[in-house]
Design a binder for this molecule. Sequence first.
Ligand code: SF4
Ligand code: SF4
Length: 308
Amino acid sequence: MADHKECKHSPVEITRREALHGMVAGLGVLAMPASDASASVWEAFFQKHFRELSKEELTQTLARLSSEYSEEFGKEITVKATPAIEGVKYGYGLDLSRCIGCRRCVYACVGENNQSHDPQIHWIRVVQLNKEKGTSLEYAEHYYNPELVPEKGHFYMPIQCQQCENPPCTKVCPVQATWKEKDGIVVVDYNWCIGCRYCMAACPYGARHFNWTKGQLPAENMNTDTHYLGNRPRPKGVVEKCTFCIQRTREQPGRYPACEEICPVGARKFGNLLDPNGELRYLIENKRVFILKEELNTQPKFYYFYAT
Ligand code: SF4
Ligand code: SF4
């Protein structure tokens, strides 16, 4: 089960239905499924908050979603809810002296996490920076497109959800549809998100993305191994973001996130921050490390460093 202790607010302080009701009160209409809607539409509508589901309800919910997605994509799709592993807090390191700006990580992430192909959604952005101007994001080039990378005089900085230890995004959600798990991963329940986008406005890293329309994902590209809080298909009108590949990293033995696995130059280092002998701890303790927008006290668990 997901961690219930990290979020200070009870999921029922303001319920999703109260918020929805408030939003539509002016219209005098509550958006309910049509009377001839199928049983699964009603089940989805009345589904409890993820952290309030009993074991049995969770099993039923995962089975319902697996069946819906399998029918939609014409192949067997599993939806799991693997919980956080005891004694693990995930962190990520990125070696700026190695990254060549090839964007392979961006597209490995799209494939692994079932991101929409049209319109394109990318959970990772790689920006090009000028060596003379340093790491100031003010001068970042987001749409660089030379024939060859790396381009002389430049270096590259991939940016994705920083899995903040003190995340402003979760605090502003009026229905507690997003929260930080025990292993530090910040997640979204797509069945509970009401699409208000407050979390997007609160995130100082531009790490959250909104589904303005139902994303297009060709069935042949669909990754069939999905997690409820991660890469399962997202409906129109909800927010999504990087989860450090929760469907891979919470397995035992754990797998690396797709972005770390694909990187051709070994610029990416994923690991357990609580492991005193881990590579990540060594890097943090021995290299020149910085975090983005430190002054905001968001406490990212994504560390940039120069190994050379
Ligand atoms: S795959 Fe590696 S080298 Fe390429 S942009 Fe991503 S982090 Fe940089
Ligand atoms: S980077 Fe943004 S979305 Fe990710 S945890 Fe921090 S504030 Fe939230």
